[in-house]
Write a new protein. Sequence first.
Lengths: 150, 103
Amino acid sequence: MKFDKNRRRLVQGLLALTALALVPLRVLARNTEAFQATSPDSALQSLFGDKAISDSDKVQLKVPDIAENGAVVPVTVESSLAGVSSISIIVVENPNPLSARFQVTPGVAANISTRIKMGTSSDVIAAVETEQGVYLARKNVKVTIGGCGG
Amino acid sequence: MAKPVKIRAKLKGEVASIKSLMPHPMETGARKDPEGNLIAAHYIETVTCEHNGEVVVVADWGPSVSKNPYFAFEILSAKAGDTVKVSWTDNLGETSSGETTLK
């Protein structure tokens, strides 16, 4: 009888572990402070706190060199880094630099595209986050007509 | 009632390339109307993408995402018959969504 009890405990323990593995990765609530930040540094600080931030050639940021219409600037961020948990887009000269943050799970590729507004010519920063740290790519975009509708 | 999200999905092997388009004014709150009054901020704050009912991407947006936002991403380990849903909530509490089945 003792043998049966131990075996049951083992099976129950294994089942519990399996259940835990199936729980989806936690997604963070919208970081209001980061979206209200008025400088790129404070946006990065709000988003990533003490995490190590460095430039990386494993982050590909695709933006046009010249954007005719600042209201609709296409942006694609791709990364070959493993374990990407989020991808953020920051427009340095915008009044609120953080434009978008994509929280991704292992079920999707680290590859997102969208279109953003740029008020004026500016650097655009892509920040890709993994458990190891935050990796940046940066490109300058010249805007001929500003995109904030002023 | 807010307009639905348009989704175009292409399955290549096990990767589903998803392109979504969401009609929305995405007002920053800084624009003025012809009379000089500020147009209130009205923009999508959160976009949730699901693959077979499981959340795979959550996008947090600010008003500097372009009007009628376009958002493309890729789902891994996808197959025909899978469902993909994209839903959004804006700063005024409005919501909408779109859904498609992979072929």
